[in-house]
Design a protein around this ligand. Structure first.
Ligand SMILES: Nc1ncnc2c1ncn2[C@@H]1O[C@H](COP(=O)(O)OP(=O)(O)O)[C@@H](O)[C@H]1O
Ligand SMILES: [Mg+2]
Length: 501
């Protein structure tokens, strides 16, 4: 069993907290700052450590230099010669003797202190290597894990025989400073990251507030309040551009909605008149007609109105075909003056009926590549407008001539009618657009004629220009190219776009 529930309104799209733009922006901030802070922390730790080790090394080198002045080896016995009465010298010697080792060339320890013992006395092969090579600096740890920097080298005794001598300095305080600092820094890190997160959340909120505003407004817009505009922030940024594009879009939509609305009204109105007439005629015939002639007359009248209905439907169909590009053009060499003469002849009767003088001034032998049916439609639409919107006693003139620009033919249709107000002029080529003042609206019409005209001019590569003065008259000037285009079928996409000057 099939089931269908019609849902009204578009449900609001839920914004996921974790997938929202704001969250992702904040996350990027936080990730970026975390990486940055960690890298900075590690870099400073490294720099600080090598700086502190550097100063320990300097002190060690200094002591090494001093030690050579205070150490004598005589008869295989190391002797420290320091003036006991000089506190400075005594201090220096005691400092040197803080961590030290003296051995003979065979690696037999002659003197050392407890700390050096805890670090570990150097094995004999190592000692031989040092005695025969350059002094070397190593880092070794004692039993408690405290690291020491040790410099080892060779010292000669009174007879010039080489002995092994090493002194050391603790790296403990340096390493402790570095690790204390590192610990504090990385302990503070989560706090700093949390703060960046908060700041990022606030900044991201500020940054996307206009976006939320746009989406809120867009949500509130319906068919009936399409004219709604989002105020610009005047920041001149991408968001202002977005808002501007959005506003333009709603303006365009609003215009086309308005056109569609008018169209429905107009179509219903146009269709209702002949329908009412047909119904009346048929009813009258049904209830009052007795003779076959009376029935016949009613049928003829009804048929006329049916004809009117079909012409409206035909126009609508044609327009939708033109719009969707289904209308094929058949371009052949066309003598514009002859076509214009035919159409002027056809319009003489309606013009006379309205007491409008219709004249023509046509240059013949101007051949253009064009679709005869469409050019006839163009002339017929413009002529019917001219006659329709010109009151009794006025005149309509049609001119075909060579245009001032070489390679173009000019067609002018000029009347002394009611004219078109300047504010309506830019819209008259729009589909279903009709001037809404009392005198214009009194005339029947669907507002489709000029959209066809504009479409036909466009697909022939021409241009159209209209000038009008209210109460004095209107002039349509059309320029068509004489270009020797090959006669071909042209499919045109899209609807007519009007050229106005
Ligand atoms: N020659 C003219 N003089 C005055 N107004 C005109 C003239 N031609 C067109 N218009 C105005 O332009 C509108 C659009 O014309 P058109 O597309 O032919 O529609 P329709 O003739 O069905 O009203 C008309 O409703 C009319 O107000
Ligand atoms: Mg018309």
């Amino acid at each position: 069993m099939a089931k269908f529930t019609r849902v009204f309104g578009i449900p609001k799209l839920p914004v996921h907290l974790t997938r929202g733009l704001r969250f992702r922006l904040t996350l990027s901030y936080v990730l970026f700052f975390t990486v940055l802070l960690v890298v900075i922390g590690l870099f400073f730790r490294k720099t600080l450590q090598s700086q502190m080790e550097g100063s320990v090394r300097d002190a060690l080198e200094e002591e090494w230099g001093e030690a050579k002045g205070y150490l004598k080896i005589e008869n295989q016995r190391p002797i420290w010669i320091a003036d006991e009465t000089d506190p400075e010298e005594a201090y220096i010697v005691s400092r040197i003797k803080h961590v030290f080792l003296i051995t003979d060339a065979n690696g037999v320890a002659l003197d050392y202190d407890d700390t050096y013992e805890s670090i570990g006395l150097d094995p004999a092969p190592e000692i031989t290597k040092v005695i025969h090579g350059d002094p070397q600096i190593t880092v070794r740890s004692d039993k408690t894990g405290t690291p020491y920097m040790i410099k080892a080298g060779r010292v000669p005794d009174d007879r010039g025989r080489p002995y092994f001598f090493a002194i050391g300095r603790s790296l403990g305080p340096a390493h402790k400073t570095v690790s204390d600092l590192t610990r504090t820094y990385f302990f503070m890190l989560p706090v700093m990251i949390a703060l960046t997160g908060l700041l990022g959340w606030a900044l991201a909120g500020r940054a996307i507030r206009p976006v939320n505003l746009v989406s809120q407004t867009a949500r509130d817009i319906t068919g009936s309040n399409l004219s709604m505009q989002i105020p610009l922030r005047n920041a001149g940024d991408e968001l202002d551009q977005l808002i501007d594009s959005f506003n333009r879009m709603t303006a365009r939509l609003s215009q086309s909605f308005e056109q569609t609305r008018r169209f429905s009204t107009d179509v219903s109105h146009e269709l209702r008149t002949p329908l009412t007439a047909i119904r009346g005629q048929l009813e009258v015939a049904l209830f009052t007609a007795e003779t076959p002639e009376q029935y016949r007359e009613a049928m003829i009248n009804a048929l006329e109105d049916v004809e009117k209905l079909s012409s409206i439907v035909r126009a609508l169909l044609l327009l939708s075909q033109a719009e969707s590009g289904q209308l094929a053009l058949q371009k052949t060499p066309l003598e514009l003056g002859d076509v214009a003469a035919d159409l002027v002849d056809q319009f003489q009767i309606p013009a006379e009926e309205k007491n409008v003088k219709l004249t023509a001034d046509l240059v013949h032998d101007l051949v253009i590549p064009a679709d005869r049916t469409q050019i006839e439609r163009l002339l017929s639409n413009l002529l019917s407008n001219a006659v329709k919107y010109t009151p009794s006693g006025g005149s309509v003139k049609v001119r075909v001539s060579i245009a001032d620009q070489p390679g173009w033919v000019q067609l002018v249709i000029e009347d002394t009618g009611m004219g078109i107000p300047a504010e309506n002029l830019p819209h008259i080529f729009d589909r279903f657009y009709r001037v809404r003042n009392a005198s214009a609206a009194a005339q029947p019409g669907l507002g489709l004629g000029l959209s066809f005209v504009a479409w036909i001019v466009e697909v022939h590569g021409g241009r159209i220009e209209v000038t009008s003065t209210v109460g004095a008259g209107t002039r349509f000037t059309i320029l068509l190219p004489r270009g020797a285009e090959p006669a071909e079928e042209v499919h045109v996409e899209g609807a007519a776009e009007s050229t106005l000057k």
